[in-house]
Design a protein around this ligand. Structure first.
Ligand code: TRP
Length: 447
């Protein structure tokens, strides 16, 4: 009976979608990932490669991924099958598993962020590096890390359980403007630091051509581009499945990608001046995943009350940004099992949340496991997914891709450009990035 078929929810407006998708994109990857990847030595070469990859490769893949979701009007798990038959079920499974893999450790890092925020707010900042290290090891172990992990998951689960319009869209509409305000305020404040100029130089102008050929820098740039845009593993498939047919996909993707890249670059304009003003670059060039949680509080600790206010603002910013990202990581598997097994939203949310709590325990208790999860789920798998998405839309179902560009009245030139890019440019470049990244990853494991 018709009444049994529940209508697929839709975003209320174009801006609702843009903010939700930007909310997914802007997250710990911009604030924490960007700083730690660019401080691994790539400098300006890393930043340049990252921006180029976003412009040349990620934008077409972004449109392709959205076209896949909107054409299928299905969850990420089932969308490839709907378009191309059961041979493509593995792609759906990749879309289902990869977000789970990322979410499991993402909420652990969110837990550290919340702990650092509370500590800065109610107790104070560490007065030296040793104190900061002791603090970090206390929040990244034992009960406190598990509580942070659990609370972050629960918070996001509550939002996802309220659905698309009343949950995800409403929350992102509220948080995103606040987030932009905080980040602009912090970037302006950072210009006043004595090390601001050295910070900008290290980050933007220290250009070393040899870095363009360094596998680690190449891998970092590819990873950063895909991770930061939430691309390659079905997030945009899912979010675009709630779009109406009139929305112009290329325009939307440009909106989201610009916001995300802007926030990434601005975050660099905040973290680098702070770190270099306080001479802590050595502490983070080790660039373990936890480094920023040690260096930023230490740096700000020597800056009195202002430092403390900035620390509160910075970690609040990171946490807010992270919530809307974790929400998107939950929505993909949640909508997938709703779709596949006909479960109610509530039931799916709690099942997935419970699973993620368990799956995150190894990362919570062991920072090396977290790092490994990040390099697999948050790294090579995304790049691989991006390759498959462009191959799929460019070669397997190009007609459907066309259809989606046509219905939203995309101009003929843009259409041609996008089709050319998804067929001939994105797949080989991403394949190249993937091979280098795998090589660099395995190389790191061997040594
Ligand atoms: N983009 C988010 C960040 O920068 C994280 C994220 C959310 C993500 N969803 C994703 C990364 C999907 C990769 C794929 O923090």
């Amino acid at each position: 009976m018709d009444s049994k078929i529940t209508e697929r929810e839709q975003w209320t407006s174009r801006i609702g979608f843009i903010l939700a998708a930007a909310g997914s994109a802007v997250g710990l990857g911009n604030l924490w990932g960007f700083a730690y990847r660019s401080s691994q030595g790539g400098g300006a070469a890393f930043v340049l490669l990252y921006v180029l990859i976003v412009l040349i490769v990620c934008l077409p893949v972004f449109v392709a991924e959205m076209a896949l979701g909107r054409n299928a009007m299905k969850s990420a798990l089932l969308a490839p099958v709907k378009l191309a038959g059961t041979n493509w079920y593995p792609l759906g499974i990749l879309f289902f598993i990869a977000p789970l893999g990322i979410a499991s450790y993402y909420s652990v890092i969110m837990g550290w962020t919340a702990d650092t925020l509370f500590h800065s707010l109610f107790i104070g900042l560490p007065s030296n590096l040793t104190e900061a290290e002791t603090f970090f090891s206390s929040i990244s172990s034992g009960k406190s890390v598990l509580i942070g992990h659990l609370l972050s998951l629960l918070l996001s689960a509550l939002i996802v359980s309220s659905g698309i319009k009343k949950g995800i869209e409403k929350v992102t509409k509220f948080f995103m403007p606040i987030l932009f305000l905080i980040i602009v305020f912090l970037a302006i404040w950072a210009t006043s630091l004595s090390g601001a100029w050295v910070g900008y130089k290290t980050f933007l102008f220290k250009f070393d051509f040899a870095e363009l050929r360094n596998p680690q820098t190449i891998r970092n740039a590819f990873t950063q581009a895909f991770f930061s845009l939430s691309l390659g593993i079905g997030i945009m498939v899912t979010y675009a499945s709630y779009l109406n047919k009139k929305s112009n996909l290329p325009k939307l993707s440009i909106g989201v990608a610009s916001l995300d890249t802007l926030v990434g670059l601005m975050a660099g304009l905040i973290t680098f001046p702070i770190i270099l003003t306080f001479g802590l670059s050595d502490a983070i060039s080790e660039s373990t995943v936890g480094a920023l949680f040690i260096s930023i509080p230490t740096a700000l600790g020597s800056y009195g009350v202002v430092g403390r206010i900035v620390a509160v603002a910075f970690f609040a910013l990171a946490y807010i940004a992270a919530i809307t990202s974790l929400v998107s990581l939950l929505e993909v598997p949640v909508s997938s099992i709703m779709d596949k097994y006909g479960f109610k939203r509530q039931k799916s949310v709690w099942l997935i949340t419970f699973f993620l709590f368990l799956a995150g325990i190894p990362s919570a208790l062991n920072i090396n496991i977290l790092g490994t999860f990040d390099s697999i789920f948050g790294g090579v798998l995304l790049i691989f997914g991006g390759f498959l998405v462009s191959f799929f839309m460019g070669w397997v179902v190009p007609g459907k891709f066309n259809e989606e560009l046509n219905v939203s009245k995309v101009g003929i030139k843009t259409t041609r450009y996008l089709k050319f890019m998804t067929r001939w440019v994105a797949p080989p470049i991403i394949a190249f990035g993937l091979v280098i990244s795998l090589f660099d990853l395995l190389n790191g494991w061997v040594n």
